[in-house]
Write a protein that binds this ligand. Structure first.
Ligand SMILES: NC(=O)c1ccc[n+]([C@@H]2O[C@H](COP(=O)([O-])OP(=O)(O)OC[C@H]3O[C@@H](n4cnc5c(N)ncnc54)[C@H](O)[C@@H]3O)[C@@H](O)[C@H]2O)c1
Ligand SMILES: [Zn+2]
Length: 680
């Protein structure tokens, strides 16, 4: 295709502007469209087209490739074959017969609304202010009061072909209207030009927001609830970290989940007021929400200062009743052709005084679920401020959650990567073997925390791997128990919990017995022997609370069993680590936690240890040039191969993968074959 059609360019720019402001629509929520002409390459004639945001994309980052492109004449001709509301879902498949050329992105369920409404430009959005009106008990009267005849009320109807027909009819009967409020759902606005549609969308959103601001009662969530005020920041973070592994275990009873924590003001304020239990039970409303947040959250019913032990005990009781309630909801609403139940665990867990945990199949999904619940809080505040919050009823929520079309979308999702949902903490990961390991675990689907002495370096390494949804950097000195606990806390707050720990931090001083100082000895034992003990202990505590098993991998060394020259402190510290593997494998097995080790040797490339003196020293000990050390090590191996950081990383990955699910207490040598270090 030649230059971008100006109609498309305008549409993409408008969509990006609208999607950039979270007040206008939730993440990946809403869709926009434009109608225009292009030359049909087959006939050379003009052909009328409609471009509409495809299924699943986000307006803020929409690009031309994210648009579905349909022939307007064919799309509108569907009206004549529409078999009626019982079979409206069939129309989604029919859209494929209306596509122009290859059709671009997959057309979404909302395509009908965009194609059928007689306006050149249409925006369908999910703004908190608009949904507040849409979910108010007297939403219809409020719409009339706020907007006069400029905005028309459309009673709740599940998105689909019929809703498109309804809106088209309303637009035809109300030529003065700029748009409509869709009961229980959101808004749709239109215009003859792109600028007009955008202005109408923004006008509806802002008019609703200012009306709420001016007319809302003072305390939409009721009076302050004694004892439920937010804890001071440090206290609530500490309590959140202490609760996180248990909460993740609860959310992962049916399938493992990644978590997100937020203590944003909206959440703390909601939980600090009297009406939050009633409103929490009413659940979310906008159709986008149910799959992401489930119909309702699990709300801890204890005050902010409840002890961690009491909170855990109560959360566990509430989890049991949450699962029973969800099963009952499914059983009440499912029909013989409903998809199977997808899991009974909560996706949103609210803890008064502390904040919100949200869950998903990866960090991005977990984070967006949390954002959606904040949207829901804003909606409830608006609706309660003006009237009372009245979301669509349970049966309708169920129809959306277990909609055959949504189920088909889920079935089409690519198979998750082998380490998907697993949270990894790698110490000393800003350099060398640790960095290669962090990269490998992330590439296989894990969320990774890079812990190292320098925060800057840890964060830079994380940023190189991906966004903070994939990798985060934290500061730690593994020889300091408090710092280790803080790093584990940071891990569980970043991703909900921890599943996979790599004890890699280390350093090496090559000295003979007579040259080794007490300080040399202490430093190497503090970082490696004691450090890995502290990390294993703090992480195992979280893993046991989660009840989801786990992996601990030690990067020990060939030198843990081989008596290398001038190596008493390093070699002895490595031998200590190697025996921790066996001891902890024996001890932690009952919790499903596997403990294994890797024995590398001669990894020169990328190694800070080699670059900062050890390499020069080893070269001198072996009588070779420092730059030839890698080759020297290769020549003394059985395979005559140089060992690279990636070789160690691969071994760590294999130890943690499903393929080695029945292996614990093992050391894998990754040394290209050194007979003197064979294990027996
Ligand atoms: N390179 C090899 O040939 C080799 C061979 C056998 C074993 N090992 C082991 O592999 C591990 C990684 O070695 P590397 O070669 O990648 O070294 P490296 O120096 O490149 O990386 C080690 C990292 O550990 C960090 N670290 C040091 N002390 C720390 C502390 N107190 N707290 C937190 N982080 C700390 C360092 O800042 C560094 O980023 C070490 O345990 C080492 O003993 C390496
Ligand atoms: Zn919608």
């Amino acid at each position: 295709m030649s230059d971008l059609n100006p109609t498309v360019a305008e549409l993409v720019e408008r969509s990006n502007r609208l999607g950039a402001d979270p007040k206008n629509t939730n993440y990946a929520g809403g869709n926009t469209s434009a109608k225009g002409t292009e030359t049909d390459p087959v006939t050379g004639e003009d052909v009328e087209l409609v471009w509409v945001k495809g299924s699943g994309g986000d307006l803020g980052t929409l690009a031309p490739a994210g648009l579905a492109v349909l022939r307007l004449d064919r799309m509108r001709a569907l009206v004549d074959v529409y078999p009626g509301i019982e079979r409206e879902d069939e129309m989604v498949a029919a859209f494929d017969y209306c596509l122009h050329g290859k059709g671009g992105a997959a057309p979404s369920i909302d395509t009908a609304m965009h194609g059928l409404v007689d306006a050149k430009h249409v925006d369908h959005l999910h703004p908190d202010s608009g949904i507040a009106i849409a979910t108010a008990a007297d939403g219809e009267e409020l719409t009339a009061t706020i907007f006069g005849d400029q905005v028309v009320w459309v009673p709740w109807r599940r998105p689909g072909f019929q809703l498109g027909l309804d809106i088209a009819e309303i637009k035809e009967k109300n030529p003065q209207a700029r748009g409509c409020v869709l009961g229980g759902h959101g808004i749709t606005a239109w215009g003859d030009t792109s600028a007009e549609a955008e202005a109408n969308s923004l006008w509806i959103i802002e008019t609703a927001a200012s009306y709420i601001e001016e007319h809302s009662k003072a305390e939409p969530f009721g009076p302050a609830l004694e004892g439920y005020a937010p804890l001071p920041e440090a206290e609530r973070r500490a309590k959140a970290a202490a609760l996180a592994p248990t909460v993740r275990g609860i959310a992962s009873a049916d399938r493992p989940m990644v978590g997100h924590f937020t203590d944003t003001e909206e959440v703390l304020d909601f939980l600090a007021h009297a009406e939050h239990p009633r409103l929490g039970a009413l659940g979310t409303s906008c159709p986008d929400h149910f799959l992401r947040t489930k119909v309702k959250p699990l709300v801890l019913d204890l005050p902010s200062d409840a002890s961690v032990e009491d909170s855990i005990a109560r959360l566990q009781e509430l989890a049991v009743s949450y699962r029973e309630d969800y099963q009952a909801y499914y059983d009440r609403n499912a029909t013989p052709d409903s998809p199977a139940i997808r899991g009974k665990d909560p996706l949103i867990v609210l803890v008064p005084g502390v904040g919100m945990f949200s869950f998903g199949k990866d960090k991005q999904t977990a984070r967006v679920a949390g954002e959606f619940y904040v949207n829901a809080i804003n909606v409830m505040r608006g609706a309660e401020g003006l009237s009372s919050y009245a979301p669509i009823d349970e049966a309708e929520k169920f129809r959306i959650e277990y909609w055959a079309l949504e189920e088909a979308k889920l079935q089409r999702m690519p198979k998750p990567k082998p380490l998907a949902t697993r949270v990894a903490l790698v110490t000393g990961a800003a350099s060398g073997i640790g960095l290669a390991t962090a990269r490998k675990l992330a590439a296989e689907g894990a969320a990774v925390v890079i812990a190292d002495l320098s925060l800057e370096k840890a964060q830079a390494a994380a940023a190189e791997i991906g966004s903070t949804d994939v990798a985060v950097g934290v500061q730690v000195d593994v020889s300091d128990a408090a710092a280790v606990q803080a790093a584990v806390d940071a891990t569980v707050l970043a991703f909900g919990g921890v599943d996979l720990v790599v004890n890699n931090a280390g350093l090496s001083l090559s000295r003979s017995l007579l040259e080794t100082t007490e300080k040399d000895w202490d430093l190497q034992h503090d970082v490696m022997a004691k450090g890995s003990f502290l990390v294993a202990q703090a992480a195992a505590r979280a893993m046991i609370a989660q009840g989801m098993g786990g992996d601990i991998v030690y990067i020990s060394s060939k030198n843990s069993i081989f008596a290398g020259p001038n190596n008493v402190a390093y070699g002895a510290a490595k031998a200590d680590q190697a025996h921790q593997v066996r001891l902890l494998a024996a001890e932690l097995g009952e919790h499903g936690i596997k403990v294994n080790g890797v024995n590398p040797d001669g990894v020169v490339q990328g190694s800070g240890i080699f670059a900062s003196g050890w390499g020069a020293n080893r070269a001198a000990v072996y009588g070779v040039e420092e730059q030839d050390l890698g080759k020297f090590y290769a020549q003394r191996t059985i395979l005559k191969r140089e060992v690279l950081p990636d070789n160690i990383a691969n071994a760590v990955y294999v130890l943690c993968s499903a393929e080695l699910s029945h292996t614990t207490g093992l050391h894998i040598p990754v040394d290209a074959g050194v007979a003197a270090a064979f294990l027996r």
